[in-house]
Design a protein. Structure first.
Length: 314
C-alpha cells in the first residue's frame, strides 16, 4: 500500500511546510514535491493567518496536480468560498464584518477580492473533498461524525466536493446542510451553562469545542476543550472567575469516534508538550503553527492504531 504523510494546518507558513516536506523525504522535481513511495495528505486550512498565502497554496496545488498529494477542505477554505459568494439580496455567504475581514486579511492582501486569481482559487477550493477514506485511514478537517458525513454524502458531488447549489444551502443557517458542514469542518460545540471565556482573538465565548475523539468525555468538565491557561467566568454570578467547569453529565450531539479505522484531523490548536496524548483511533495534527507552535505530520503505514512515534515535526 501507499504510505501517507498527513500534514496539519499550515495557515500560510510556506517556509515551514517546505522544510517539513524535505524532512519527510520529498524532493522537488518538475515543479512539485514528490516522494518515491509515499503521498502527502493535507487536513486543510492552508490559508489565512501568515503572509505566505499564494506560495503555500501553490506548493500544495502543484503536488496535487502531480499526484503526490491529496487534501481535504478546511473551514478557512470553506469560509473563503462563502466570503466570496454574493447573494441576490446583496449579502454574502459569509458576512463582510470587521472580524471576518481581519481573519481573512492575509489571504485577501495577496490574492485580492474578485480578481482572476481569487475566482480561480475559489473554484479550486470547491474541487476539494470534505473528507477522504484511504487505505485503512480517514482524514477530515475537524470532526468525523458518521451521521453528518452521511447527510453530506447525499448532498455533495460524488467526490464529496461542493457544487453551487450545495454552497448556497451550506451557508444558509437553519438548513441541515449548514449544520453538517459546521460539524465536519468546525467541530461540534457545547453550551457552557452560563460560563464564558475569551478565545485567542479576544472574543467572548459561551460555548466550547467538544472532545468528540474521547470516549470518556461524558461530563461537561471532561468534554469541553478549553485552551490551557484560560480564565473562566460565571455569567450567572456577576462574571466572577471560576476554577473549572461543572462536572455534570453530558448528552453529546456527536457520538465519540470508535472506528473502525483511525482518523486524523486538524483544527484544534494543540500545543506540543501540553496536548492530549495520541488517541490510537483519532488524533489531531494542528499544533498551532499559526500561533508560534509547530507544523506536524503523521507518517501512516497501515497500522490499525495510531502511534505517537510516527509524528514528525517541522
Amino acid at each position: 500500500m501507499t504510505g501517507y504523510d498527513v500534514v496539519g494546518d499550515v495557515h500560510g507558513h510556506a517556509d515551514r511546510l517546505e522544510a517539513l516536506l524535505r524532512s519527510l523525504g520529498y524532493r522537488k522535481r518538475d515543479g512539485a514535491y514528490r516522494h518515491r513511495g509515499r503521498r502527502a495528505v493535507f487536513v486543510g486550512d492552508l490559508i489565512d493567518r501568515h503572509p505566505q498565502q499564494r506560495r503555500t497554496v501553490d506548493v500544495v496545488r502543484r503536488m496535487i496536480d502531480a499526484g503526490s498529494a491529496q487534501m481535504v477542505l478546511g473551514n478557512h477554505e470553506f469560509n473563503a468560498v462563502a466570503f466570496g459568494l454574493a447573494r441576490e439580496d446583496g449579502t454574502y455567504g459569509r458576512p463582510h464584518t470587521d472580524k471576518n475581514l481581519r481573519q481573512h486579511r492575509a489571504f485577501l492582501d495577496e490574492v485580492g477580492f474578485g480578481t482572476a486569481l481569487h475566482c480561480e482559487l475559489m473554484a479550486w477550493f470547491c474541487e476539494t473533498p470534505m473528507w477522504l477514506e484511504l487505505d485503512g485511514l480517514r482524514v477530515v478537517h475537524a470532526c468525523w461524525s458518521s451521521r453528518h458525513i452521511e447527510l453530506l454524502a447525499g448532498a455533495l458531488d460524488e467526490d464529496h466536493t461542493l457544487s453551487p447549489s450545495t454552497i448556497e444551502a451550506a451557508t444558509t443557517q437553519g438548513t441541515d446542510l449548514h449544520e453538517a458542514v459546521e460539524i465536519v469542518l468546525k467541530g461540534p460545540e457545547l453550551d457552557l451553562d452560563g460560563i464564558w471565556y475569551r478565545d485567542q482573538g479576544g472574543h467572548r465565548r459561551t460555548a466550547a469545542r467538544l472532545r468528540w475523539w474521547d470516549s470518556s468525555a461524558n461530563t461537561l468538565q471532561r468534554a469541553a476543550l478549553i485552551p490551557p491557561g484560560t480564565v473562566l467566568h460565571d455569567g450567572r454570578r456577576g462574571d466572577v472567575p471560576v476554577v473549572e467547569l461543572p462536572d455534570r453529565a453530558l448528552a453529546a450531539t456527536v457520538s465519540p469516534y470508535s472506528g473502525p479505522v483511525p482518523v486524523l484531523f486538524g483544527h484544534y490548536w494543540w500545543q506540543r508538550g501540553t496536548a492530549e496524548p495520541v488517541n490510537p483511533m483519532a488524533t489531531c495534527l494542528d499544533f498551532s503553527v499559526a500561533a508560534g507552535g509547530d507544523l506536524a505530520a503523521y507518517r501512516f503505514d497501515g497500522e490499525p492504531h495510531l502511534d505517537p512515534a510516527n509524528l514528525v515535526w517541522g
